[in-house]
Write a protein that binds this ligand. Structure first.
Ligand code: BV8
Length: 250
């Protein structure tokens, strides 16, 4: 009796979860957090992506986000985003859980997804707490202000901040009940997102990792595929990397 392949497992599964990190956006030209180019000026993400940094210097933090927004606005989803969006059209009970805030999964057509760490294309008024989508590139002024006069902040989760309750509930529920979890482009260091594969594994899921290199997750994964997500995912998913109903050669 040969072991079912990853694709067979996806096709048999009632729930398939994909967890992504900054590595799936790398081939779109978006710097990752910990890899080469993950710095901005002389700062690390952990220095700027905090409420303390924003309270100390909202303009500096907004210069970083404005720089990222302008960079991302000029980029496009890559084959990794496209393969994951196509997989959603084939897999039952599909949920994409992303740590990324760049909006590229949505631009690739992903629908059933949670953004664990928010989105840099949404802003939140510090006074009214109202969240609005803001796609302005460049932003007219830094730091941007709400019509009420209060500062706006990016609607992202900073280090030390709690993740959105509904998103984290959906993500943990999916991790506990999926038969297959595909983990792509994450160093699996940032909590609580990094716990999701452990939870899936503990509940009997088949866990497959796609990354350039071994990570903290590799020993736990049932399969680890090393290479660029934009190359590996289409190969690994085969016909599942093409949206259902479209012939693969389109
Ligand atoms: C919280 C939004 C508590 C902002 C981000 C234990 C338990 C709980 C918390 C902690 C804990 N230990 C420490 C903590 C605190 C902290 C944490 O985890 N710190 C880390 C550094 C140790 N966690 C938190 O603070 C979280 N909050 O726990 O709150 C709480 C509870 C109740 C009430 C109050 C408080 C909040 C964490 C969220 C932080 N926000 N982003 C922004 O983006 O501006 S995190 C940031 O890191 C991004 O979201 C990013 O996605 C994420 C994870 O990084 P990765 O995505 O993995 O990216 P990275 O660069 O690390 O790796 C890229 C990978 O891709 C590499 O492996 C590389 O090899 C690979 N790769 C590169 N190119 C490719 C590729 N793979 C394939 N193909 C390629 N082409």
């Amino acid at each position: 009796m040969t072991r079912p392949t990853f694709r067979e497992r996806v096709q048999e599964a009632d729930r398939v979860v994909v967890l992504t990190g900054a590595g799936v956006s790398a081939e779109s030209g978006v710097p990752t957090f910990r890899g080469a180019g993950g710095l901005w000026r002389r700062y690390r993400a952990e220095d700027l992506a905090t409420p303390e940094a924003f309270a100390r210097d909202p303009r500096l933090v907004w210069e970083w986000y404005a720089w990222r927004r302008e960079l991302i606005a000029a980029r496009r989803p890559n084959a990794a985003h496209d393969a994951i969006a196509a997989l959603e059209t084939h897999a039952r009970g599909f949920l994409l859980v992303t740590q990324n805030v760049d909006g590229l999964h949505r631009r690739a057509g992903s629908v059933r997804m949670v953004e664990l760490h928010g989105s840099l294309w949404r802003v939140r008024c510090l006074a009214e707490e109202v969240v609005t989508e803001n796609l302005e590139v460049p932003l007219p002024a830094l730091p941007p202000r709400c019509a009420c006069g209060a500062l706006l902040r990016p609607d992202v989760v900073w280090f030390g901040e709690a993740l959105p309750t509904e998103a984290i509930r959906q993500a943990f529920d999916a991790a506990e009940s999926c038969e297959v979890m595909l983990v792509a482009g994450t160093s699996a260091l940032v909590q609580p997102a990094a716990s999701l594969p452990m939870i899936a594994k503990a509940h009997g899921a088949y866990v497959v990792e796609v990354n350039l290199e071994p990570t903290a997750l590799s020993d736990l994964a049932d399969e680890s595929h090393h290479g660029k997500a934009g190359d590996v995912l289409p190969r690994l998913l085969g016909p599942l990397a093409h949206p259902r109903g479209l012939p693969p050669d389109l």
